[in-house]
Design a protein around this ligand. Structure first.
Ligand code: HEM
Length: 462
C-alpha cells in the first residue's frame, strides 16, 4: 500500500473548536440551541451577523476573550432553506438525529428520549452556538450580545441552553482528569503522535490522516491509495472543511458512584477504593495510566507532557495491569485488538467535553439532588463509524473484548451482565449496579467550514 502525501489542512476555513481544545483554556462555556421560527431569508440575515464572529482554527496572535462556533442539525439546514436534495447528501445517522438512534446508543429506561430535557431530540433545535469565555464577565457579555442579535432579527430564539464550567484541575465529576488523551492528526496535532496516533512496529506512532476528523481530506482508507476518492461528504460547499459533531448531556450520580466503589473496595483484596476506581477508568485520578503504573499514580505525571499518553496494551493482553473492560481501554483499545491497531484506528474521535453543575462536596455519599455531569462533545468525519462505533459495540457490549455482555462499568446501566471483571491474580467482580450516568438529551450536528457558513448565509449552499 502506498501512503500518499497528505494535503495541508486549511486552518482558517475550519471552525476552531474542532482542532483546538478551548475547554482547557477557557473557564466557562455555554451551549445555546437555537430555534428558527421565521422564513429562511430572515434566519439567514441573523446567521450573517453570527458568522462574522466565528472563531477559526488558524493560530492566534492573542487569545480572544471569547470564542464562538456554530453547528446545525438536519432540521436546522432545512430551516435555513437548504434543499432536501442537498440534505439527502448528508450521512444517514445525522439526518435521523440522535433521538431516533436511542435504542442503538443504549438510551433506554431513564435515558430514553421521552425523559430528555425539554427541547432536545425533538427536531426543534436548529442551530447550536458554542461560546467559550475566559471569565464569567466575558461570558455574560457574550451571552447578552447573542440575545440582542436574536431580538433584533426576531423569529430566532434560544430553545435550550446548557452552561458549563471547567472544574479545578480539569477534572470531571467522578474526580478524574479528563480530556487530554486526543487523537494525533497529521497537519494539526502531530505532537500528540506518541499514544495519540497509530502504533507502529518499531515502537513509534504516526499521526492519523486528517480526513478521519475533517471532511474533504484523505482518511485512513483513502490516504493509503491515491486512486481512491475522498471519504463520503455532503455535496457543494459543505463538502470541505466541515465535520460532524455529537453533543450529549450526561448526568453523573456522583454519590452513587462513590457508594458503589466504596462498597466494592471493602471486598477488594488488592487495594483500596482509589485503586479500584482507577481500574474501572484505566487511569488514576491525576491521569496516570494504570497500564504503566498499576500500583499507584506517578507523582511526576503531567498530562500535558509529551509522551504522557504513550502506552500500549500489547504487553498486558490478560488485563492484569489495565482491565480489559476499563473505560479508556474500551474507548480506544490502541493495539489491544491487533498489533498494528487496525481495529481501533477508524474509531477515534476528538473529545471536547465540559463538566456542568457544581461539585458534590468531597466525602458526601448522599445525592443532594443537584444536576451535574458532563457535556460530552465529539467531532468526527463519521458519526456511525466513530462515535457510534465506540458507544454501541465497545461501551455497551463486551463481546469484542472477550467480556460477554459486560458493559463499560463507568457508564453502562445494569442491563447486560451488570458486572465488571477486574483481572488479577484472581478475577475480582464489581457486582451489578444502577446507572451512574444517565443521558439527559443530545443532538447530532454538522459543523460547516467558514466558506460553507458563508454559502449558508448567501443561500448558495444547495
Ligand atoms: C459521564 C461520562 C464519561 C466520563 C465521566 C468519562 C471519563 C473519562 C476519563 C476520566 C477519561 C480519561 C482521561 C482522558 O483520556 O482524557 C476518558 C477518556 C476517554 N473517553 Fe470518556 N468519559 C465519559 C463518557 C465517554 C463517552 C460517552 C465516550 C465515547 C462514546 C468516551 C470516550 C472516551 C475516549 C475515546 C477516551 C480516551 C481514551 C484514550 O485515548 O486512551 N467517554 N473518559
Amino acid at each position: 500500500m502506498i501512503r500518499a502525501a497528505l494535503p495541508a489542512l486549511e486552518l482558517s476555513d475550519i471552525q476552531g473548536d474542532i482542532l483546538r481544545a478551548y475547554g482547557n483554556s477557557y473557564d466557562c462555556a455555554s451551549y445555546a440551541f437555537v430555534r428558527i421560527d421565521c422564513e429562511p431569508e430572515q434566519a439567514r440575515a441573523w446567521l450573517a451577523g453570527v458568522v462574522d464572529h466565528v472563531t477559526n482554527a488558524a493560530p492566534w496572535s492573542e487569545k480572544p476573550l471569547t470564542t464562538l462556533n456554530v453547528a446545525l442539525t438536519a432540521s436546522g439546514l432545512a430551516a435555513l432553506g437548504v434543499s432536501q436534495e442537498t440534505i439527502g447528501s448528508f450521512s444517514h445517522e445525522f439526518r435521523q438525529g440522535m433521538a431516533a438512534r436511542a435504542e442503538l446508543l443504549g438510551d433506554t429506561g431513564p435515558s430514553a428520549p421521552p425523559k430528555w430535557d425539554q427541547g432536545l431530540g425533538t427536531g426543534d433545535a436548529h442551530v447550536l452556538l458554542t461560546i467559550n469565555a475566559q471569565t464569567t464577565a466575558d461570558h455574560r457579555r457574550a451571552l447578552a450580545k447573542m440575545q440582542a442579535a436574536m431580538k433584533d432579527t426576531g423569529g430566532v430564539s434560544v430553545l435550550y441552553q446548557q452552561d458549563a464550567e471547567l472544574l479545578h484541575g480539569a477534572r470531571e465529576h467522578f474526580g478524574f482528569a479528563d480530556g487530554f488523551a486526543q487523537p494525533a492528526i497529521a497537519g494539526a496535532t502531530e505532537d500528540k503522535a506518541p499514544g495519540g496516533g497509530v502504533p507502529e512496529r518499531d515502537g513509534r506512532w504516526r499521526p492519523l490522516a486528517p480526513g478521519e476528523f475533517v471532511l474533504g481530506y484523505p482518511d485512513e482508507d483513502t490516504s493509503v491509495d491515491r486512486a481512491r476518492r475522498l471519504p463520503p461528504a455532503p455535496t457543494g460547499a459543505m463538502a470541505r472543511n466541515g465535520t460532524y459533531m455529537v453533543w450529549r448531556k450526561l448526568h453523573q450520580d456522583v454519590a452513587l458512584w462513590r457508594r458503589t466503589i466504596a462498597a466494592a473496595a471493602a471486598r477488594y483484596p488488592y487495594g483500596d477504593a482509589r485503586k479500584l476506581a482507577a481500574k474501572v477508568v484505566g487511569r488514576w485520578q491525576d491521569g496516570t495510566p494504570v497500564q504503566t503504573h498499576p500500583h499507584g499514580p506517578d507523582p511526576e505525571f503531567d498530562p500535558a507532557a509529551p509522551g504522557a499518553n504513550d502506552f500500549r496494551y500489547r504487553n498486558d493482553l490478560d488485563g492484569r495491569r489495565c482491565p480489559l473492560g476499563a473505560h479508556i481501554r474500551r474507548c480506544n483499545p490502541r493495539d489491544a485488538l491487533d498489533p498494528a491497531g487496525k481495529l481501533s484506528l477508524r474509531h477515534r474521535m476528538i473529545r471536547r467535553g465540559m463538566p456542568y453543575g457544581k461539585v458534590l462536596p468531597e466525602g458526601a455519599l448522599e445525592d443532594d439532588g443537584a444536576e451535574r455531569g458532563l457535556v460530552f462533545v465529539s467531532f468526527q468525519a463519521s458519526i456511525f463509524r466513530q462515535f457510534e462505533g465506540v458507544q454501541t459495540p465497545w461501551i455497551n457490549d463486551g463481546n469484542i473484548f472477550g467480556l460477554g455482555t459486560d458493559k463499560d462499568f463507568l457508564l453502562g446501566e445494569p442491563s447486560g451482565s451488570g458486572k465488571m471483571t477486574i483481572q488479577g491474580e484472581k478475577p475480582f467482580f464489581v457486582s451489578p449496579q444502577e446507572a451512574f450516568v444517565v443521558t439527559r438529551g443530545g443532538e447530532y450536528l454538522f459543523v460547516p467550514g467558514m466558506t460553507a457558513l458563508r454559502a449558508l448565509v448567501d443561500g448558495t449552499a444547495g
